[in-house]
Design a protein around this ligand. Sequence first.
Ligand code: PMP
Length: 353
Amino acid sequence: MSNWEDYVRRVEPYVPGEQPKKEHMIKLNTNENPYPPAPGVVKALREMNTDLLRRYPQPDCKILVDAIAEFYGVKSEQVFVGVGSDDVLAMIFLTFFNDAKPVIFPDITYSFYDVWAEMLRIPYETKALDEDFLIKKEDYYGENGGVIFPNPNAPTGILMPLSEIEDIIAHNRDVIVVVDEAYIDFGGESALPLIEKYDNLLVVQTFSKSRSLAGMRIGYVMGNEKLIRYLNDVKYSFNSYTMNQTALILGAEAVKDRAYFEETCRKVIETREWTKKELHKLGFSFGDSKSNFIFAKHASVPAEDIFEALKKEDIYVRHFSKERISNYLRISIGTKEEMQTMIGFLQNFLAEG
Ligand code: PMP
């Protein structure tokens, strides 16, 4: 008997939301943007010189890094890009979380954090959200090997005020604090200005939500130049060409169009607020989401029943079979028409029940 299986790095992988291949469906399960990418992106894709694909892309991702730096008014040396923020976050775990003390994050949060920690053998500890699903900042003041949390948090959608985030950073000057701002553009205040004041802060964002490019896989992090250098050292030790040529060109185009970006976010926010009112009328309760999804539970009908009923109608939302949140549904914000269809269905379904 050979025993090679004893040497396998066994991991329990993250489970992404379903991507059903249906032509007519309402897909509200992975927080994608319902609007197309900026017109400049579509044009650049049509006109792209495909001869470029013969060559390796820029290893330093300069066109994209420079475009992001310009948009946010930071130096290019303060920006690192990756294949979605998942890739950026994995690099951050690998680069900065190397202590015997545990990395800390909320018990209810982005469910990839514990997967990376387990895979990379990083000790971690979770801190319980309070009964209203809020992060308690004092929980993050003790000794630890690093801190990470999303703002707004996922899947709750609840935003933490910047002053509280600053308190957490100020209490953790000897470790790296990561604020995962995947959903910050839908009404939150970014911690980005704090990178000038705190050299241990990393602010992670993505093109997958507010810039309608989930399929292109582009994420980035901004922070002190020294932190970015360390991240690049690890990246070049792993894979020099993380970003493909198409992603570099289209990403740079997407970030240039500020007006389109702002208009798209405005529409999503408007639809979110409309959806909140309608869900309330139907007997749902939820925290005050500042993201592009609503995390809601119904007063009497179990989440799983609603989930299954919606699915039969080809309306996909997300349900997590996890302690404390198994009676909630995470509903991404689609177009106004999509949300009207979902609400219309729920009106009938809940009236029947
Ligand atoms: N952080 C959070 C909190 C998320 O919900 C997601 C989306 N699944 C990500 C990061 C990763 O997004 P992406 O890799 O598409 O940038």
